[in-house]
Design a protein around this ligand. Structure first.
Ligand code: SF4
Length: 350
């Protein structure tokens, strides 16, 4: 069962409660390059990104907020470290959410100023704890950045805001260790009702980072924990969005979409199944029909193994069969298989 988290509004996106699990990413363009930042924000929105974070390292970067907000309909989050004045400026510039750790911004007056500014405009704050941000007193208490220390750090930071009657809070607790990340989220999930932003930080390059993220984020989602996900990759943020969406699709948590099964190929395969499967997946990645498509290499096991698919391909020698619900509907030359499959999918009801 899904953990019942407080509902939080970030621009036009709601997370927590029964809302869909939002996919997020972060711009990777240098913050002084407004034009290309807006361009990347548009691309990420088209790829399915619901919430977009932008680094605000200095006052100059504040101009990204109106530039992106005026061109792209996306929930925009300002990533701010230490400098509470930048948080106030981002709020004034129209940001939808602030990511800042209250424990890092100095005395109480500064925390209060940020809490009041955000509250006046209904802007939530994400407390983003990671293994490097745990406070000294907690490192001493727990002997390091353990999952317990990270969970307590998140609560400590939340209390600093709650003191000023601010509870429009989202929490993340990320470690580059998958195990520690999962343990920390499990702990915090029991200790508060705030929505949780899931991610494994500094997960690595595309393949390893995707695997680590899928294990960490996936384990938590299967526990019913998590309200928004960010796959962190040393690669294009577009890949982060695709990976986040694919994690949700794999767990039937993405809403209507195409689910693919395809065989690994073997000595019986007589068509270029790898190419066909990749092309079909790519062509139908944005299809919102709730169907299962099987792409199988041969007639020996193909249709049998894919009996529960709504539609599929079974390869022969340079040709393929298209089947629907286990019934053969046509035989097609290898080169035309993907086109025919897409045509048949388009004819299927929504
Ligand atoms: S479906 Fe056919 S080609 Fe694919 S792995 Fe199974 S036996 Fe081999």
């Amino acid at each position: 069962m899904r953990r019942k988290a407080k509902e939080i509004q970030i621009g036009n996106v709601k997370i927590g409660g029964n809302n869909k699990i939002a996919v997020q990413s972060m711009l990777s363009i240098p913050s002084y390059d407004v034009e290309n930042s807006v361009k990347q924000a548009k691309e990420l929105k088209s790829a399915g990104c619901d919430i977009l974070r932008v680094a605000i390292p200095d006052t100059d970067a504040i101009r990204l907020v109106p530039a992106i907000k005026s061109e792209v309909d996306i929930a925009l989050v300002a990533d701010i470290h230490f400098n509470y004045k930048l948080a106030l400026k981002a709020v004034a510039a129209g940001i939808d959410k602030i990511r800042i750790n209250p424990g890092n911004i100095g005395d109480e007056d500064k925390i209060k100023a940020v809490a009041i500014a955000c509250k006046n405009k209904n802007i939530p704050i994400r407390i983003g704890v990671n293994s490097g941000s745990v406070e000294k007193h907690l490192l001493q208490k727990y002997g390091g950045a353990t999952p317990e220390a990270m969970a307590e750090s998140a609560l400590y930071n939340a209390r600093l805001l709650e003191k000023f009657d601010f509870d429009d809070i989202v929490i993340s607790i990320k470690s580059s260790s998958v195990k520690s990340t999962v343990q920390a989220y499990r702990l915090i999930a029991e200790k508060c009702r705030y929505p949780l932003h899931l991610g494994v930080t500094e997960a690595g390059t595309e393949t390893l980072g995707t695997i680590k993220s899928a294990i960490g984020i996936g384990s938590l989602l299967l526990d019913g924990i998590g309200d928004t996900v960010r796959v962190s990759l040393t690669d294009s943020p577009l890949k982060e969005v695709t990976s986040g969406i694919n994690i949700l699709k794999s767990l039937d948590m993405y809403g209507p979409c195409v689910k693919f099964v395809s065989c690994p190929t073997c000595g019986r395969t007589r068509i270029n199944l790898v190419k066909i499967a990749k092309a079909a997946e790519q062509r139908l990645s944005n299809c919102k029909k709730n169907i299962k498509i099987a792409i199988m290499g041969c007639v020996v096991n193909g249709p049998g193994e894919a009996r529960d698919a709504d539609i599929g391909i079974t390869g022969g020698n340079g040709v393929g069969i298209i089947f629907k619900k286990g019934e053969i509907i046509k035989k097609v030359a290898e080169d035309a298989l993907v086109d025919e499959l897409v045509k048949e999918v388009e004819l299927m009801p929504d």
